[in-house]
Ligand binder design. Structure first.
Ligand SMILES: Cc1cc2nc3c(=O)[nH]c(=O)nc-3n(C[C@H](O)[C@H](O)[C@H](O)COP(=O)(O)O)c2cc1C
Length: 221
C-alpha cells in the first residue's frame, strides 16, 4: 500500500517529551563569545545521547549565487574557526573556490537545540589538510582516496573497484597523501543559538562579530 505522506507527517511531533529534554537557557548568563557556548552545548548534546552530534549541514552557493546544502562532519572548532574537510574538486569545493563563504547548521533534537554559523571560509595549507586526514580512520582515508567526488559515476561496479583498491592502499600506506583533500575553516561572523521551548517561546541568541568584540542580541522566534 502506498504511504500517505501527509498522514505520516501529521502524526509526527517535534519536542516530543518522550525523546526530548528541553533545558532552560538563560541568555543573560551566556558568555561574551560564541565559542565557549558552542562547546558547552556540544558537550551537553553528547551527554544527552544525541546521535552523531558532530554532523552538520554545510550550505554554500554556486558561481551565480544559487544555494546548495549537504551534510559534513565537524573536525574542530577553535579561535581560528569551525573546520570540516572535503575534496577541493567536489561541487562544494568548487563553490567555495568561487564564493568562499558558507553557513553551517547543527540540530540536536535530544535537547531541542539548533546552532547556525555563517562566515568566510579559507582552505588550510596542504600539510595541515594531509595531517588532519592521516589522523583519522582507515575508512576516512579510503573514502578520500576513492576520489572523484561529485563526478558522474557510470556504474556501481566502477565504484566497487575504486573503493576496493582505495581500502587496500589506505591499509597498506596509511600516510598516502590525497592532494585534493582539503581542510576548510569557517571564521564565524555570526553565530545563533536556538533553544526550543514546549510553549514555543523559543529563545534565540545571536552573536555578531564587531571590530571591538562580539555583540549579542535576542531574536523573535
Ligand atoms: C553523516 C554524513 C557525514 C558526511 N561527512 C562528509 C565529510 O566530512 N566530508 C565530505 O566531503 N562529505 C561528507 N559527506 C557526504 C556529503 O554529504 C556529500 O554527499 C558529498 O560531500 C558531496 O557533496 P557535494 O557534491 O556538494 O560536494 C557526509 C555525508 C553524511 C550523510
Amino acid at each position: 500500500m502506498a504511504t500517505d505522506l501527509h498522514e505520516l507527517l501529521r502524526s509526527l511531533r517535534v519536542w516530543d517529551p518522550e525523546n526530548t529534554h528541553l533545558p532552560p537557557f538563560d541568555p543573560a548568563t551566556a558568555p561574551a563569545a560564541p565559542l565557549p557556548l558552542f562547546t558547552e552545548w556540544f558537550a551537553a548534546a553528547v551527554a544527552a545521547g544525541q546521535s552523531e552530534p558532530h554532523t552538520m549541514s554545510l550550505a554554500t552557493s554556486d558561481e551565480s549565487g544559487l544555494p546548495d546544502v549537504r551534510t559534513v562532519m565537524l573536525h574542530g572548532a577553535d579561535e581560528s574557526g569551525w573546520s570540516f574537510a572535503s575534496h577541493a574538486g567536489s561541487r562544494k569545493g568548487r563553490h567555495l573556490a568561487a564564493r568562499p563563504y558558507a553557513a553551517l547548521g547543527f540540530y540536536w533534537p535530544a535537547l531541542g537545540r539548533q546552532v547556525r554559523v555563517r562566515g568566510p571560509v579559507s582552505a588550510a595549507p596542504s600539510e595541515e589538510s594531509q595531517g588532519d586526514l592521516h589522523a583519522r580512520s582507515t575508512g576516512a582515508l579510503a573514502a578520500a582516496l576513492t576520489g572523484r567526488q561529485s563526478e558522474v559515476l557510470e556504474s556501481l561496479d566502477d565504484l566497487a573497484r575504486a573503493s576496493e583498491s582505495a581500502w587496500e592502499r589506505a591499509s597498506r600506506e596509511p600516510e598516502t597523501p590525497v592532494p585534493s583533500w582539503t581542510l576548510y575553516r569557517l571564521r564565524a561572523e555570526e553565530v545563533e543559538f536556538f533553544q526550543g521551548d514546549e510553549r514555543r517561546r523559543h529563545v534565540r541568541l545571536r552573536y555578531r562579530r564587531e571590530p571591538e568584540g562580539w555583540s549579542r542580541e535576542l531574536l523573535w522566534p
